[in-house]
Design a protein around this ligand. Sequence first.
Ligand code: NAP
Ligand code: 1JT
Length: 253
Amino acid sequence: MLENKTGMIFGVANQRSIAWACAQACLEKGAKLAFTYQGERLKENVEKLTANLDGALVVPCDVTNQAEVDAAFQTVEKEFGKLDFLIHSIAFAPKEALEGEFLMTSREAFVTAMEISAFSLPQLARAAAPLMKDGGSIVTMTYYGAEKVVQNYNVMGVAKSALEASVRYLAEDLGKQNIRVNAVSAGPINTLSARGVKNMGVMLRHIAEKSPLRRNVEAREVGNTTLFLVSDLASAITGETIYVDCGFNIIGI
Ligand code: NAP
Ligand code: 1JT
């Protein structure tokens, strides 16, 4: 399904990362991938995970460093010649902003969360578009806290709202070039990011009880929906946020 297609994946920290599940789904369907990592700390992890993949690229890319972003896309252009899809699976907010009241969010925490979790999408889309010569597909990861108040999600919810709105504006801008832009709204998954979150266990149990499917979502399932969105099967879908959450978001009381 993705034979002859090349993709760039941002946000693999370890084997539990949603980005890694997306990568596996795409690799199974024949895609050639470039992985980016943030900082030396994660270099070894990503290199180990990708060691036995055919023709995979591994490049550093901290989105707060524009020179690194430019260099990453230059490497991909040089090695792959073109890009068909980009998977954005990056978010960050200081830990203290993900507990207590949103009211108390510092200027610094707000700006950091918005820069890394929201601005990075238009930033990467702008760099990717010139390489998407035959059109393309961009997918980002979001969460329900963008839309409804979820205790402790706080400034990340505000950043995810900005991210989802960015998906719509980018879809309009890039539609002319046959580049589609969508978001996957995943239910909570126990990844490295989520591990630091207070009451994650309580939330996972609540969803296992209340969601229509009576269970939590697996990263593999988020990967499969992302595969669908980057493939030609989704050729008329753009600007959307698709829920992969065992139906939890449709429940009122
Ligand atoms: P993860 O494995 O920790 O992935 C988050 C990634 O973001 C890490 O690779 C992290 O690198 C990267 N990142 C942070 N700051 C960065 C920067 N300045 N430049 C480049 N990369 C940076 O956690 P995950 O749960 O898979 O998260 C992936 C995406 O899914 C996020 O957008 C998250 O909001 C979204 N999501 C997660 C859930 C969930 O419950 N897990 C639910 C819905 C949506 P470092 O480790 O170096 O910081
Ligand atoms: C970040 C973190 C982004 C955790 C994230 C995230 N996107 C989803 N999650 C999981 C989550 C987090 C909270 C939550 C529900 C789900 C942590 C590091 C910063 C980026 O609240 C109920 C807080």
